[in-house]
Design a protein around this ligand. Structure first.
Ligand SMILES: Cc1cc2nc3c(=O)[nH]c(=O)nc-3n(C[C@H](O)[C@H](O)[C@H](O)COP(=O)(O)O)c2cc1C
Length: 312
């Protein structure tokens, strides 16, 4: 028998390494994911006030993934709390973890939304400082001093663990990971979408996305090689759990991400292309792989790829 559970941080234990990454609005689909047995679900990023996001078309399907410019459309923290409480209840009864994703343009915004999420039952917050189509949120991640302040202040008021979701745009991922962990981050989630990305209508010449900039963030299979490398850069530098996210579509991708150093795998685009079927694929494939390799737990092969990397 193999053990798919992951002791993430503190008393957070994932019953398996599948974490639904932030991006699904509302809580209906998240409840279904919980019922289907995933280890954790992450809420769509919640902001202090409601946001309308960008006009459609705001997600473009390509043969190798998606470009989105949703722009953090959400009902704001107070509007979200009633549904969040229901989600937390369903998750508790199924032994799944709820991660509350937070986005804001100010330190107070991160602190207040995080506190409200904690008061209403989430197991961990994830600071989204990397959404490329919400300028205020993205600029927090780009200003490293400000980023450190956001992490430190949020950490100082919360009892539950704090994760930070990083953009793959950092040239020196290891350095940023070190800064964020030194500021108090308990967990890192990497990566958010790769940006800027766009796609043009060759008849009109216009960008297909409806937002004024015409740029969005790329997700899905196209970004997996980048996500794997960024997770390796993080894992070579810091020793905190990483939720490895980006282009995980099946069990082989999940194995690769764990070999890169991730403790859990974040998945979103696979849901848009495969519905819920990726869950059994990943869980069954992972179990079979582990039996074949004689690995008893995820920890037995996590980060194995790092042994082959020679740091200069
Ligand atoms: C439609 C869509 C909406 C997203 N919304 C959020 C969000 O609200 N907050 C966030 O941190 N990441 C968001 N993301 C990024 C995903 O959580 C994830 O980091 C990225 O899509 C890469 O994973 P994937 O290839 O499995 O989709 C969104 C991605 C997509 C495609």
């Amino acid at each position: 028998m193999v053990d798919l559970s992951v002791k993430l941080v503190g008393n957070i234990v994932l019953k398996n390494p599948i974490v639904i990454a932030s991006g699904i609005p509302g809580t209906n689909a998240l409840k279904m994911f919980v019922e289907k047995g995933v280890g954790a679900v992450t809420t769509k990023t919640v902001t202090p006030e409601p946001r309308r996001g960008h006009p459609p078309p705001n997600i473009i399907r390509l043969p190798y993934g998606f470009i989105n410019a949703i722009g953090l459309r959400n009902p704001g923290i107070e509007g979200f709390i009633p549904e969040l409480r229901e989600l937390v209840e369903v998750a508790r009864s199924h032994g799944s973890i709820v991660i509350g994703s937070v986005g804001a343009g100010t330190v107070e915004g991160y602190v207040n939304v995080s506190s409200r999420l904690e008061e209403n039952g989430v197991d961990m917050v994830e600071l989204n400082v990397s959404c490329p189509t919400a300028k205020d949120v993205y600029s927090v991640g780009m200003d490293l001093k400000y980023l450190v302040e956001v992490v430190r202040e949020t950490k100082s008021v919360l009892k539950i663990p704090v994760a930070v979701k990083l953009t793959p745009s950092y040239v020196d991922m290891g350095k940023v990971a070190r800064l964020v962990v030194d500021a108090g981050a308990d967990v890192l989630a990497a990566v958010n979408t790769v940006a800027p990305a766009t796609s043009l209508d060759i008849n009109t010449g216009r960008p297909l996305l409806g937002n004024p900039e015409g740029f969005g963030g790329l997700s899905g299979p196209a970004i997996k090689p980048i996500a794997i490398a960024k997770v390796m850069e993080i894992a070579l530098e810091v020793n905190v759990p990483v939720i490895g996210t980006g282009g995980i579509m099946d069990w082989r991708d999940a194995v690769e991400m764990i070999l890169a150093g991730a403790s859990a795998v974040g998945v979103l685009s696979a849901y848009f292309t495969r519905g819920f079927s990726f869950i059994d694929d990943i869980l069954n494939g992972l179990s079979k792989y582990m039996v074949e390799k004689d690995y008893k737990s995820i920890e037995d092969f996590r980060g194995k790829a790092l042994e082959y990397i020679k740091k200069e």
